[in-house]
Design a protein around this ligand. Sequence first.
Ligand code: PBG
Length: 339
Amino acid sequence: MPNDKSSPLNTGEFPAIRMRRNRSDDWIRKLTRENTVTTADLIWPVFVIEGEGKTEDIDAMPNVRRYTVDKLAEKAKEAYDLGIQAIAVFPVVDDAKKDVEGSEAVQENNLVCRAIRGIKAAVPHIGVIADVALDPYTSHGHDGVLRDGKIQNDQTLDILCKQSLIQAEAGVDIIAPSDMMDGRITSIRTSLEKNNFQDVKIMSYAAKYASCFYGPFRSALQTGQCLKGDKKTYQMDPANSDEAMREIALDVQEGADIVMIKPGMPYLDIIRRTKDTFRMPTAAYHVSGEYAMLRLAAEAGQIDYKASLMESLHCFKRAGADMILTYGAFDAARILQNV
Ligand code: PBG
């Protein structure tokens, strides 16, 4: 405190101390900057569709597109050339292929597996991440098997393991379980080990909240209209923080390599607490609703998109995130590379 002479915060008094001196010019602001964002911090989440040579706009997410596998491979190359290290692939599954158990999730030639192979063939050195959860594949839009009105935890685990294995076989680098079933990291890690996929990493959606900020993502995947009810019996209550620490502790013990907090900006306190408590590689997911808010406010002429994106990314770094999943990754990489 300023009056306590022994405190490190007792830095002196005005006018000897003028905080504005170090803010006078751009060069000194840069020299004294505590946190930086680089392209190597960015993960780009992308949507993949069936077909060839096509891209589609997404109304709910201005400037985000869905790509067929061939187009996505081209985009992944561009992203990698801009310095983006990893891409997270989300498949848009035809309604005809959805059922109560999400059986398309375990078909080894399904869309996400073809996308993984396509990206890896075109850009071998970009990291490829794929979600493990059933929601793109279920007719009810839930992340697990629904029976008697309840999401069945243990039965879902078996399917998640199979889903992880086919994605590993397709060449995925990181499995990202986003389902929030209990015990899933142990189950998936065990089956990866048994099947000789020791190097496949797990980025667990460790503290994933039941958030309304996922709305635009569900429109992008066309899962929103199928979703019956909400996800509150498995995703976390936004009011909780200690519970997030328990979730993360479990995922770390069970074998997660990276822990993720989701959503991002409204949960910076959780990111900081996670980093301080566990010292684990920590990812933040700047989710679809957060991205859409920036874009829509910019379209309304109220904020500058690029500035708001870069400010958001700095906030994630300041809060302790090592890496950030953001739909603005491509835009941010361009800003950072001045192209
Ligand atoms: C699926 C999943 C969701 C997101 C990532 N994986 C949505 C959900 O749980 O309903 C949200 C991503 C975003 O909003 O950007 N389990």
